[in-house]
Every structure is written in structure tokens, then in C-alpha cells.
Design a protein around this ligand. Structure first.
Ligand code: ZN
Ligand code: ZN
Length: 128
């Protein structure tokens, strides 16, 4: 299926397969070699169109991209920005809600904002 995408787009996909897998376009740009910003943006648009990449709004200034994979929700730490993937599928709920008002869902995302375990642990250390 990846034959439809350019070598540049493949590099962008590879950048999204690293340990940190939710990246802004600028972060992706810093992880690819010899590809300009315009090409990275175009590749992201194309990959999103093909459903290989998902574009997310996780509360930061810029949109975040991730390689599409099994349904999951995001837990975002408002202090350090860490994003945690938790397997969960809310798409049925979104479709059901949309059905009630005749809306058609194209994509949905579930995100919860809070404080991550590491930041909570730092709080505890500071108290003791
Ligand atoms: Zn945190
Ligand atoms: Zn994710």
C-alpha cells in the first residue's frame, strides 16, 4: 500500500515511528534528512489524506501528527507535554452522538488533559 507514497513521505512516516510518536511538523522536519519544510508539509497532507497519518489537536500551539494505528485515546500532561496513548475506541460513541443530529463523522479523537505520573511524583518529592 506504501507504493502510492513518495520516498519523502516514507521518511516522514519513519520519523513518526520512533520512540516519541506524536510530533509537530517542525519536530518531524528535524528528524528527516534533506527534505524541506514545504515537502514535509505536503507529505503530511498526503499521508493524512491516505489515512496513514492522523492529525491531532492536543492543546499545544501546533497540530501534532502520529502514524495511524489501532484506536486509542490520548492523555496529555499539561505540565511537561508528555502524551500517553491508551487503547480505547470512542468512535462508536462519536458516531452515535452524530447520528442523533444527522451529522456525519469523518474523524474523531478522544483526549484527556491532566498531570502525568512523573509530574505527580515530582510534586510528592517536593512535599516530603
Ligand atoms: Zn508531566
Ligand atoms: Zn496517539
Amino acid at each position: 500500500m506504501n507504493e502510492r507514497i513518495s520516498p519523502q513521505a516514507r521518511q516522514v512516516l519513519a520519523a513518526l515511528s520512533g520512540e516519541r510518536c506524536h510530533l509537530t511538523a517542525d519536530e518531524i522536519l528535524g528528524r528527516v534528512n534533506g527534505i524541506g519544510a514545504a515537502t514535509v508539509y505536503r507529505a503530511l497532507d498526503r499521508l493524512t489524506e491516505l489515512g496513514l497519518v492522523r492529525r491531532l489537536s492536543l492543546g499545544g500551539k501546533s497540530a501534532v501528527y502520529e502514524a495511524a494505528r489501532q484506536a486509542h485515546m490520548h492523555l496529555v500532561c499539561v505540565r511537561c507535554g508528555r502524551v500517553c496513548d491508551v487503547p480505547a475506541d470512542f468512535s462508536g460513541m462519536a458516531r452515535e452522538a452524530a447520528r442523533l443530529c444527522g451529522h456525519q463523522v469523518l474523524r474523531s479523537e478522544a483526549t484527556a488533559f491532566g498531570v502525568c505520573r512523573e509530574c505527580l511524583a515530582k510534586d510528592r518529592d517536593n512535599i516530603q
